[in-house]
Design a protein around this ligand. Structure first.
Ligand code: 6PG
Length: 229
């Protein structure tokens, strides 16, 4: 099913959705792609399964779509989630792990990451969606949605965890030829319907991210997709 520029893939359960994303990650690792990971709670299982299905990530480069401005060992860290559920389970580490140094503070970390991203290209961007329709740390009706020059910028969280954030901007997140949203749970059904069942708008940042050069897929469980099907 194609809606407003995305291909909707609906699986019965969160486990099946995680498994489908794990297959995509394993394939991307085998190809040695540059992958931007997402944070939050949803992707953890997909990362675990991805590490099981392909333990050799030695040809990949990892980036993050956003980060909370906390130390990497803080339970709120998006890097920390990936380290626990993916990196620590791999037989061969990625060639490059480009984490956002959130602990340096939003302005410093964003400026540093913006420089790191210069000349870089992303092959696969994995994103989640908050119940308010945010994605990465792009929150509804906020100034970061207007940014078209910088690749990484500071952002103010409008949902827990309410800590300073660093986020990639819309042009960068849309630059990958392969964009995948992973979203599960009935709590996301409204956000999913607004993001993919209606014309794009600033009130729903996930509606503004579509691959500019390739395909955008939504891999969802039936509960999260219930507003669309
Ligand atoms: C973050 C994430 C964010 C996440 C959504 C969904 O730093 O919070 O990058 O965009 O994908 O908030 O989070 P859950 O998976 O926890 O629902």
């Amino acid at each position: 099913m194609t809606l407003y520029g995305v291909e909707l893939v609906v699986l019965e359960s969160p486990e099946e959705a995680a498994s489908a994303v794990a297959d995509e990650l394993a394939e991307a690792a085998r190809k040695g792609l540059s992958i931007a990971l997402t944070g939050g709670k949803t992707p953890g299982r997909a990362y675990e399964l991805g590490a099981e299905r392909e333990p050799d990530w030695s040809r990949t480069t990892l980036w993050w779509g956003d980060e909370r401005c906390v130390p990497p060992d803080d339970e709120r860290s998006n890097f920390g989630l990936a380290r626990k559920t993916l990196l620590d389970r791999l037989a061969a580490q990625p060639r490059e792990v480009r984490r956002i140094r959130g602990e340096a503070g939003a302005e410093t970390a964003a400026a540093e990451y913006d420089r790191e991203l210069e000349g870089a290209s992303l092959d696969l961007v994995l994103l989640g969606i908050g119940p308010d329709g945010h994605t990465a740390s792009l929150f509804p009706d906020q100034p970061p949605l207007e940014e078209r020059e910088r690749r990484a910028i500071p952002a103010e969280a409008k949902l827990e965890p309410c800590v300073e954030r660093v986020t990639l901007t819309i042009p960068v997140l849309s630059s990958a030829p392969d964009v995948i949203f992973l979203v599960t749970g009935e709590g996301k059904a409204d956000a999913v319907e607004q993001a993919f069942g209606r014309p794009p708008g600033l009130a729903t940042p996930a509606s503004l991210i579509r691959s500019a050069t390739g395909r955008t897929r939504v891999i969802a469980d039936a509960a999260a997709a219930s507003g669309l099907t």
